[in-house]
Design a protein around this ligand. Structure first.
Ligand SMILES: NC(=O)c1ccc[n+]([C@@H]2O[C@H](COP(=O)([O-])OP(=O)(O)OC[C@H]3O[C@@H](n4cnc5c(N)ncnc54)[C@H](O)[C@@H]3O)[C@@H](O)[C@H]2O)c1
Length: 334
């Protein structure tokens, strides 16, 4: 068993942890556990869910799987169901699923009755190493992603890597890109270890450690936490340009990482050799495929939200391994 202590909560990683989930949840509430789960995860795990929760009071609320559920409609609908089920302020909300469920459930937990404690049980690689960590919760608006949200730390994060056995290959790759991003930002040795193709609990732990350290320096995203956006400015633009269909989040971010490296070279920040080395790794691991996308095609899709300061686009470059730099650039100069 691996544990990581953050300033606010503990993250536990253990194979088979879900079999003991009732015990773990009991340490966080004397009330009812309200599980929010997506339809796909529910279908796959309903038997073990029923068996593992036998010893506690619980309810299950199922939402449709997919990004579309990070919406006001699903928020309102889910909250209505929870109220109908008699949810109280001293109950516990439980997010069982990927980043969509974590973000939605966390936002409900932040807002329903002005706050209900919640725990995260991430079931995708992306949610294990990224979205369940750091306390950002949100839903989307027609105007853009994650525009309404709250900082809301969970009581705990329980990671059972055995969930990954049912994850589709492209979703696994999507999460792996975030592991690579973490390695590039803060753990060069992890990059070495990833060369041998092993995704074990240590890899998950080390990727989380990188995020934990960055988040704890800037929990409310006032400055340095932006480095976690490495590859995401163009990553989000690519997702948007292709209507969130052609590329998974991670696949788009992998292309976005290469674009950030290339622009970094043009700006005199990223050494050419570093750019080539990282590009070669991402190609070799099939996280991107040739022909690579051209960043100029995606400039019109860059979102003008929190990445924009009054002076221009706040962009994350890589000066060296473990040395991200944030620089404001004039988008017209790209
Ligand atoms: N809060 C944050 O800090 C943060 C960080 C990064 C991303 N995000 C958000 O996370 C979301 C993406 O998360 P995601 O990639 O986990 O997507 P997701 O939650 O949509 O899950 C991807 C797919 O995998 C399925 N799935 C989940 N677990 C499974 C399992 N064990 N076996 C089989 N299928 C399974 C889901 O049903 C879904 O179809 C986005 O909305 C993004 O904005 C949030």
């Amino acid at each position: 068993m691996e544990t990581i202590k953050t300033n606010d909560y503990t993250i536990t990683i253990d194979n088979g942890l879900f079999d003991n989930i009732a015990q773990l949840l009991k340490t966080h509430t004397n009330g009812t556990c309200h599980i929010i789960v997506d339809s796909k995860v529910y279908k796959l795990y309903q038997e073990s869910l029923k068996k593992n929760l036998e010893a506690i009071n619980y309810t299950i609320t199922i939402v449709r799987d997919g990004e579309g559920s990070k919406s006001f409609t699903t928020y309102q609908d889910t909250v209505a169901k929870l109220i109908q089920k008699g949810i109280r302020r001293d109950d516990l909300l439980v997010a069982l699923g990927g980043g969509v469920i974590g973000d939605l459930c966390g936002f409900i937990a932040a807002t329903l009755y002005r706050g209900i404690p919640f725990v995260q049980i991430p079931t995708t690689l992306l949610s294990m190493v990224d979205s369940s960590i750091g306390g950002k919760t949100a839903i989307n608006l027609p105007q853009g992603k994650n525009l309404v949200g709250a900082f809301n730390m969970p009581e705990a994060v329980f990671i059972d890597p055995e969930f990954l056995s049912t994850l589709e290959e492209n979703q696994l790759r999507s999460g792996l890109v975030e592991v690579y991003k973490a390695a590039l930002l803060g753990d060069k040795n992890l990059l070495e270890d990833l060369k041998v193709d092993r995704l074990d609990n240590q890899v998950i732990k080390r990727a989380i450690e990188v995020k934990r350290i960055i988040v704890e320096q800037d929990p409310y995203d006032q400055g340095t936490r932006l480095v976690l956006n490495f590859g995401h400015t163009f990553g989000h633009a690519i997702e948007k340009a292709h209507n969130f269909e052609t590329y998974t989040h991670g696949e788009a971010v992998a292309e976005g990482i290469i674009m950030a490296l290339q622009i970094g070279v043009d700006q005199g920040i990223t050494p050419n050799a570093l750019c080539h080395e990282i590009k070669a790794i991402l190609l070799e691991k099939h996280l991107v495929t040739e022909p690579l996308l051209n960043y100029k095609d995606y400039l019109p899709y860059i979102s003008h939200d929190k990445k924009m300061s009054r002076d221009g686009l706040r962009f994350v470059f890589l000066k060296d391994y473990e040395h991200p730099v944030i620089k404001t650039i004039d988008q017209g100069a790209l």
